[in-house]
Design a protein around this ligand. Structure first.
Ligand code: PGA
Length: 255
């Protein structure tokens, strides 16, 4: 497996943490630590921090993303934000279908598909999250489920748009629990995701897609996870709030 065909991307999902002032301080600390990184670096703070994050990261190697994006362009969708609003602000990325959105806010594979298409139509790179919960892993349906999630999320997405897609494999049981998937477990599912992409778009196209692992990835376990042939990057929650830890993961992805 030739990993040089695709970009290593380390993205920080700050979730509902840090207001604008704290975000600015975190980024000031982070910038020198990841300058010159050998991988793409992205931070996804809460919406209210996006403007300050874009300002703070101007001229740096840090990209900025939102944690969600709505599928309509405008209208009566209280509390939602359209993709074009994010690009106007200067965002390059949006996380789509995070398991917390699926679990607490009723996201379905269908809305994930709509959001993904809206994001890429506006020029954003969509970080599309998939992953099984503990029951599903114990039932032995992980591969079927994750392949289905990928397939539905990408319905109607043309091969030409794949450059704007990152898939993040995040086993729900590993998120925020300190219980990381083993590198072999992560590799097994990331390989299945790539096989699904190959079925949809052909092997060369599938080989060009960045697949991240997420779920308690940290400075200590990143190198082993990222060393696997199909694990091209990470979506980092808790550890992305600590600049030194996040920078260590970026370093592990930069070899
Ligand atoms: P975690 O979160 O690193 O805190 O487990 C990952 C995520 O939810 O993206």
């Amino acid at each position: 497996m030739d990993k040089s065909k695709r970009k290593a991307v380390i993205a920080g999902n700050w979730k509902m943490n840090k207001g604008p002032a704290e975000a600015a301080a975190l980024l000031d600390e982070l910038k020198p630590l990841v300058a010159g990184a050998g991988c793409d670096v992205v931070v996804c703070p809460p919406y209210v921090d996006l403007a300050v994050a874009i300002e703070k990261t101007k001229g740096t190697n840090i990209g900025v993303g939102a944690q969600n994006v709505h599928f309509e362009q405008s209208g009566a969708y209280t509390g939602e934000v359209a993709a074009s609003m994010l690009t106007e602000l200067g965002c390059g990325y949006a996380i789509v279908g995070h398991s917390e959105r699926r679990q607490y806010f009723g996201e379905t594979d269908e809305t994930v598909n709509l959001r993904t298409k809206a994001a890429i139509a506006a020029g954003l790179t969509a970080i599309v999250c998939v992953g099984e919960n503990l029951t599903q892993r114990e039932q032995g349906v992980t591969m079927d489920l994750v392949r289905m999630q990928v397939k539905v999320a990408l319905l109607g997405v043309e091969a030409a748009s794949l450059a704007k897609i990152i898939v993040a494999y995040e086993p729900v049981w590993a998120i925020g629990t300190g219980r990381t998937a083993t590198a072999d477990q992560a590799e097994e599912v990331c390989a299945a995701i790539r096989a699904q992409l190959a079925e949809l778009y052909g092997q060369p196209a599938a080989d060009s897609v960045t697949i991240q692992y997420g779920g308690s990835m940290n400075a200590a376990n990143a190198a082993e996870l990222l060393g696997k042939p199909n694990v091209d990057g990470g979506l980092i929650g808790g550890a992305s709030l600590k600049p030194a830890d996040f920078a260590a993961i970026v370093k592990a992805a930069s070899v």
